[in-house]
Design a binder for this molecule. Structure first.
Ligand SMILES: NC(=O)c1ccc[n+]([C@@H]2O[C@H](COP(=O)([O-])OP(=O)(O)OC[C@H]3O[C@@H](n4cnc5c(N)ncnc54)[C@H](OP(=O)(O)O)[C@@H]3O)[C@@H](O)[C@H]2O)c1
Length: 247
């Protein structure tokens, strides 16, 4: 039973892409509040380490979010879900538009847009009628940063779906968190010296004076799942980096 200190007790939260970064931190926040948490990812090793770090009533299931049959089997076997968080990522599809490889852009859509859409559709029959869904998009959806038109398209397409889905699927609540730059393993692909310089530069131009941490986004996700009067919202979690400065 849920109590003030354990608001998610008796509830099952599924975090797709919960073995690292933002998803893992969100899973930890729900587990700390008494939820039974199921995290998913492709790598068994990453899942096992994350389950150990998160603790509580957490289990890890290997599911590739781009595989419709695997998703259907996963949700059918799991049964009822109270809250769904979709944090699967992809990195393809960025770069200057003139030379953008459209196969790479399509791969980016597969890894993020289609993966999140497939997860939501597969989960729907198993979601509690008045439960919640939180998608993780990206601030690139509404920024104007050269080289990010592809990422803007992928994340913007997801963000555009949030308001109509919130109405169509009600009383299920549908929201998204749109993070700015967050220091997670997603950035491991950038050499560490280059990454530090990038983060320092971004911190200097961000109102809160730093880049984000996974816990920052986890708190936003937790709030959207917990607050039963919020739906159809895309919540920016950027430290103010996306605010128009008039420059
Ligand atoms: N970090 C940032 O600066 C930032 C900024 C804006 C938006 N975001 C968004 O935030 C979300 C989480 O990113 P993150 O930074 O936390 O990344 P991350 O640390 O790389 O974590 C990604 C998670 O998704 C899983 N995953 C990836 N592809 C998957 C697939 N096909 N099927 C199942 N699981 C999959 C990964 O596990 P496996 O690899 O083992 O499958 C991992 O658990 C992403 O949607 C990302 O685009 C991040």
């Amino acid at each position: 039973m849920s109590t003030a200190s354990n608001p998610f007790a008796g509830q099952r939260v599924v975090v797709m892409g919960g073995s690292s970064g933002i998803g893992e931190s969100a899973a930890a926040a729900f587990a700390a509040d008494g939820a039974e948490v199921v995290i998913t990812g492709r790598s068994r090793e990453r899942l096992d380490s994350a389950v150990e770090r998160i603790g509580g009533r957490t289990t890890g299931q290997q599911v590739d979010a781009t595989d419709p049959a695997a998703l259907a089997a996963f949700f059918a076997e799991l049964g009822g879900v109270d809250h769904l968080v979709v944090a699967v990522s992809g990195a393809a599809g960025s770069g200057p538009f003139a030379g953008l490889d459209l196969a790479d852009l399509a791969a980016g859509f597969d890894a993020k847009f289609w993966a999140q859409v497939r997860v939501l559709q597969a989960a729907l029959p198993h979601l509690r009628e008045d439960g919640s869904v939180t998608l993780i998009t990206a601030a690139s959806a509404r920024a104007a940063i050269p080289g990010t038109a592809g990422l803007a398209a992928i994340n913007g397409a997801l963000e555009a779906m949030v308001p109509p889905l919130a109405v169509e699927l009600a009383p299920l609540r549908v929201n998204a968190v749109s993070p700015g730059v967050i220091d997670t393993p997603w950035w491991d692909r950038v050499p560490s010296e280059q990454r530090s310089a990038l983060f320092d530069g971004l911190a200097a131009t961000t109102p809160v004076g730093r880049v984000g941490r996974p816990e920052d986004v986890a708190r936003a996700i937790h709030m959207l799942a917990a607050n039963t009067f919020v739906t159809g919202v895309v919540l920016d979690c950027t430290g103010g980096a996306n605010l128009p400065t008039g420059r």
